[in-house]
Design a protein around this ligand. Structure first.
Ligand SMILES: [Zn+2]
Length: 155
């Protein structure tokens, strides 16, 4: 992955825009974009409430979106940007889609499977290993989550 820090932050800002769409539907604000050759080929946000689909996490929607636009299940040479560390399911899906690079904003100590609870993306026993980078726009990515949960407790 050879994007500059500025480029990575710009893509993460696009992922944050997706998180805001989730927020508009009053659901956990996580967003994702998939980038190939500097171009966004897939976008997604958490849509569990909006679509009433248990598995419709931001990464899953973005992978489906990118599969359609690439007309391929393989997302080689792509980088997935997601605001929060992927869960077990999404880390599995990233491997299945053969995505080689993942950049995420903030860790998820409760559900994260890319370093926190598990380390699925870099587990040497699995045949697909992913380059993982963290901490891009970390405070913005964590902040939108903290605001969401704070507001929800108030209700
Ligand atoms: Zn997930």
């Amino acid at each position: 992955m050879d994007y500059t820090l500025e480029e990575k932050e710009a893509f993460m800002r696009e992922a944050l825009k997706e998180a805001e769409i989730a927020l508009e539907h009053d659901e956990i604000p996580i967003g994702c974009v998939i980038v190939k050759d500097g171009k966004i080929i897939g976008r997604g946000h958490n849509a569990r409430e909006e679509l009433q689909r248990a598995v419709m996490h931001a990464e899953i929607m973005a992978i489906e979106n990118a599969n359609l636009s690439e007309e391929s299940w393989r997302l080689l040479d792509c980088t997935l940007f997601v605001t929060i560390e992927p869960c077990v399911m999404c880390s599995g899906a990233i491997g299945l889609a053969r995505i080689p690079n993942v950049v995420y904003g903030a860790k998820n100590q409760k559900f994260g499977a890319a370093g926190s609870l598990y380390d699925i993306l870099t587990d040497e026993r699995l045949n697909h290993r992913v380059d993982v980078e963290t901490g891009i726009l970390e405070s913005e990515c964590a902040g939108i989550m903290q605001d969401f949960f704070r507001n929800r407790r108030k209700k």
